[in-house]
Design a protein around this ligand. Structure first.
Ligand code: GLC
Length: 437
């Protein structure tokens, strides 16, 4: 069974790989290249087709702007089945945007550093992979430099996101508190997502008004970072985003040491890193909840809800071992009941929890993959094994869907997975988890 699934995972990835040298997350719903998807996809390819893994990363990094920014979607092709597309985002407004590719003017979690390191770990031919990494690594460094220079107005070592789509956890109930502080105009537009997926699983029209309004403000200011920091109604320090930056910082340090030279760069990253880890622990940990939380930088208050992002610092070695114990207790207490698969994306004991609506409760394989590795790092062997087992079981039961209901008994006659099917990162990270003890 597992062997068949493994072959199926490879078939999903290969079918989603495009002539332009990038992989779509899922046919129909997501027809372009997405930043963090690409990183996870490259990890999957690295297990069976190293050249495709390299191509995926090269293509993504090729879309980098002159200021080091890497966009969240690269619109390689004209495709009118997605809204909002290239014509809405108008990346060309920013003077340093790519002249070669149209893209969005927002980013996604900084995966590229740790992805290069994972590709090195997986590669049989280490010398060849290190040569590839030498080619690409300075672009990742420039991306981190961009974040610390432009996304940290109070010089705390914590970078902000200015849009919920930058978080990767697009429709999390965490953002509800911010929507309450905004009153955007009513936009007139035709959505495309609800032609691919049942509308009950997707955000509402009013939520889309908020999303478009933030982009409008950024566009009115030509995507200028300082202006966005000053004016965006959405400005958040997200634990998942910052944990991935910290994880990628460490990967850059390790890889630069392996390559040799680069003393100046290593020194800079170490400086960023120690400040980031300290602020992360001081500012984002909520002792009463026993978890890390998001911080609303615009309105200057913590957003006190527990999400799967709350546990992601385990992946980046951020908590002390004592604090890691607290985190895992919280996870098992609220998310880990025997009637559930690990790990819901939002606190199942909270009123806003919805097991089927995207990012408001379902299980996502990329989060499980990160948590699996994080738990393993800290020696939580049993919980790590369950995280892996639950992920595999969901895929065995339903297929390579985008996300899954976390309840073992959904009460449905014909239970199914949700969102896009034949979803690339579910396939890619299944391949990696199966290969990791
Ligand atoms: C959804 C997810 C986002 C992902 C994108 C493409 O928008 O919320 O994290 O990158 O789909 O798969």
């Amino acid at each position: 069974m597992k062997e068949d699934l493994y072959k199926k995972a490879i078939a999903v990835l290969d079918a989603n790989f495009q002539d332009g040298g990038f992989t779509i997350p899922s046919a129909g719903l997501y027809p372009f290249q997405w930043k963090w998807d690409s990183g996870f996809i490259a990890i999957g390819f690295a297990h069976y087709d190293v050249e495709k893994a390299k191509t995926e990363m090269r293509t993504l990094l090729d879309a980098q702007w002159k200021n080091g920014f890497i966009p969240h979607i690269v619109f390689h092709t004209e495709n009118d089945s997605y809204f909002p597309g290239a014509d809405f985002h108008q990346s060309e407004l920013h003077p340093l945007s790519s002249k070669r590719y149209r893209s969005t003017g927002m980013t996604q979690p900084p995966v590229t550093g740790f992805v290069l390191q994972e590709m090195y770990r997986i590669a049989d031919d280490k010398k060849d992979m290190l040569n590839f990494i030498k080619e690409e690594i300075d672009k990742v460094y420039a991306n981190h430099e961009y974040f610390y220079k432009n996304r940290d107005p109070q010089d705390e070592g914590l970078v902000y996101i200015y849009h919920n789509w930058e978080s990767g956890t697009d429709n999390s109930p965490v953002w509800d508190d911010i929507w309450k502080t905004m009153n955007p105009p009513e936009y007139d537009f035709v959505r495309k997502d609800t032609t691919h997926v049942d509308a009950s699983q997707r955000p509402s029209k009013r939520e889309y008004d908020h999303y478009l309004h933030i982009i409008d403000i950024a566009k009115q200011n030509n995507y200028n970072d300082a202006k966005i920091a000053e004016l965006s109604p959405f400005l958040v320090q997200d634990p998942l985003f910052n944990a991935m930056l910290i994880k990628s910082n460490q990967a850059l340090i390790d890889l630069y040491i392996q390559i040799g030279g680069n003393e100046e760069r290593i020194k800079n990253i170490i400086k960023w890193q120690s400040k980031s880890i300290k602020s992360f622990n001081d500012k984002l940990f909520d002792a009463d909840l026993g978890a890390y939380v998001h911080y609303d930088l615009r309105n200057e208050n913590p957003i006190r809800h527990i999400t799967s992002s709350s546990f992601s610092p385990l992946f980046a070695n951020i908590p002390s071992p004592e604090r890691a114990d607290v985190l895992v207790n919280t996870m098992m207490d609220k998310f880990g009941g025997e009637d559930k698969y690990l790990c819901a994306s939002f606190d199942p004991t909270n009123d806003r929890f919805n097991p089927r609506k995207y990012w408001r409760g379902p299980v996502w394989i990329n989060m499980n993959w990160m948590l699996f590795l994080g738990l393993k790092n800290y020696g939580f062997t049993d919980v790590a094994a369950r995280m892996k087992q639950d992920s595999i079981e969901l895929i065995e039961k339903y297929g390579f869907y985008e996300y899954f209901d976390c309840r073992k008994d959904t009460g449905d006659e014909n239970p199914t997975g949700y969102g896009g099917n034949n979803f690339s990162w579910s396939a890619a990270l299944f391949i990696d988890m199966v290969n990791t003890d």
